[in-house]
Design a protein around this ligand. Structure first.
Ligand SMILES: [Zn+2]
Length: 537
């Protein structure tokens, strides 16, 4: 390729990234579980590395951390979930046929709650959808489909076609069902709709859940996934057909329908433990406009130490997800600290508890240490894809912010092109740490090395991504591999450097594209930026 701009490329070191990934994903760090021994080691390692790079502590009290108060919910052994259809009881094997998350601490018990099919489970006044309108959901448990009504309809029903939108996220379905009075939600697992294989949710079944402290009681007693064949069997025994129901549910007039003679029971006990987790924050004060910020972030956490899997391994090392992104942020800190001082202050953040619902970044966005109004942009590094060199970078959530133009320019300078994410139905835009900032109106981008590999092209890239998602994503086998070249990781970090360097040196305030809802949120703080020398992009 014509790497004309290599003179501008920063000295991102594959070797330093490799060493950070190796250490952070070693068994010694025990899968970097928040509140576990791995957190202490990770926070210490990152703080030391930022200090060694010459950065200043970025925490609110002059330390390297921001405390994040959390509660850990452990489901104790012995929990049960069972269906009854007519006179036939169908106990489900948790972690194999279904999953069960009990949402309140202490003992929960739901006995013979009537089951209802809720279609896509969407309640969205603006779009005119209400799956539960006029249906008495009190005391019932709803079975819903994953994703939004049009993702596989081959037409746009108002939910942006194949791309996942917020009402299609399972969290939105839980909220809608709870509001309607339901006791529980069971989601039918289909690979495409969920965007990950059942094995992944099944293996995560016994993992603890984390929420912000103080704990608020949940009106929803439980939620879970049903393996596809289990759901099909349940529907058939109630005289219904999954595919026919899907067609029926792709209509704003659809209302939840009872599953005749079908009930569900769930019971078990949850232990709640309060603890303090930590975001790690470092800063490089700006030369001429220190009150304006560019923020790089990556989540440091993985899934910690859990019960052993089929191979007897209990540590989900999180080497790719997300020791690579964390190592990139460390390397960016080193490169920036060595280079000419940027005009704006750069914040380097390693977030906790992303895997538990973006909790660390969400906490920072709600309790910002540096004003969000004068944070010009957030660059999130959570790649979980290929490691060899690629010809492209993959942009998550296309068409939202002017930062994307800067990304395309930066990538172009490094001889790379920007490819839109190939699976917008997976909703990655909502699934990593840029999103809490997006909701607060801060222009943010997330991207990762692309799949068009220098060696083997898109076919080779797709094969690597497919294998990773099927076998390693969130599993104990997401572990360090000495054969990795980290060439793609260096590309990610180099592009991130290019975007952030320019943003930190110029006076621009990237905005949101016309019609993007987050632009209105940003506009609320226009006055704070109007007094500064910078202008709109
Ligand atoms: Zn991740």
């Amino acid at each position: 390729m014509f790497a004309v701009a290599t003179a501008q490329a920063p000295q991102i070191s594959a070797e330093r990234i490799r060493e950070d990934v190796r250490v952070l994903s070693s068994d010694d760090f025990a899968g970097r579980g928040p509140g576990e021994i791995g957190e202490q080691k990770t926070v210490e390692y990152l703080s030391k590395a930022f200090a060694a790079a010459g950065l200043e502590p970025g925490g609110p009290d002059g330390s390297w951390t921001q405390a994040v108060p959390l509660v850990r919910l452990d489901r104790l052994p012995g929990a049960v979930l069972s269906l009854t259809i007519g006179d036939v009881a169908v106990p489900l094997r948790l972690g194999e046929q279904a999953t069960l998350a009990l949402r309140n601490p202490g003992r929960s018990q739901v006995t013979s709650a009537p089951l209802v099919f809720g279609g896509y489970g969407v309640v969205d006044g603006a779009r005119g959808w209400d799956a539960y309108g006029g249906v008495d959901m009190r005391g019932k448990v709803v079975v819903v489909l994953a994703n939004d009504p049009d993702f596989e309809a081959n037409r746009d029903l108002g939910f942006e076609g194949r791309r996942l939108v917020i009402p299609g996220r399972i969290g939105s379905k839980f909220e809608a069902a709870a509001k309607a009075g339901a006791l529980g939600v069971l989601v039918v697992h289909e690979d495409a709709a969920a965007s990950y294989p059942f094995l992944q949710v099944a293996n995560a079944d016994p993992l603890p859940a984390f929420v912000f402290a103080p704990l608020k009681p949940s009106p929803l007693q439980f939620n879970g996934w049903l393996r596809r064949d289990v759901a099909i069997d349940l529907l058939q025994r109630s005289g219904l057909d999954l595919e026919a129901l899907k067609r029926q549910a792709r209509d704003p007039a659809f209302r939840a329908i009872p599953l005749q003679g079908a009930t569900v029971s769930a019971a078990g006990e949850v232990k709640a433990t309060d603890f303090t987790s930590h975001n790690v924050l470092a800063k490089l004060p700006g030369e001429s406009r220190p009150g304006e910020y560019v923020l790089y972030g990556a989540h440091w956490d993985a899934h910690g130490r859990n019960g052993p899997d089929a191979h007897g391994d209990g540590i989900r090392n999180g080497a790719i997800d997300n020791a690579t992104g964390t190592a990139e942020v460390l390397e960016l800190a080193r490169v920036f600290a060595k280079g000419p001082r940027p005009a704006r202050t750069i914040i380097f953040a390693a977030w906790t508890a992303e895997e538990k619902g973006l909790l660390g970044a969400e906490y920072y966005a709600a309790n910002p240490v540096y004003p969000l109004a004068t944070t010009a942009g957030v660059i999130n590094l959570d790649p979980h894809v290929v490691l060899p060199a690629a010809r492209d970078v993959e942009l998550i959530g296309v068409g939202r912010t002017e930062l994307e133009l800067r990304l395309a320019e930066a990538a172009g300078r490094l001889g790379l092109r920007v490819t839109p994410e190939p699976n917008p139905e997976a909703g990655w835009y909502f699934r990593s740490d840029h999103f809490p900032f997006v909701k607060k109106g801060v222009p943010s981008i997330a991207f990762r090395a692309g799949r068009d590999l220098v060696d083997g092209g898109t076919a080779a890239g797709n094969a690597l991504v497919g294998a990773y998602n099927a076998r390693h994503y969130h599993q104990t086998t997401d572990a360090f591999d000495a054969r990795w070249s980290f060439a793609g990781t260096v590309q990610e970090a180099s592009v991130a450097y290019e975007v952030g360097r320019r943003l930190a040196d110029d006076a621009g305030w990237p905005g949101w594209n016309p019609g993007v809802e987050y632009g209105a949120v940003r506009a609320e703080s226009d006055a704070a930026r109007a007094v500064l020398p910078g202008k709109g992009q």
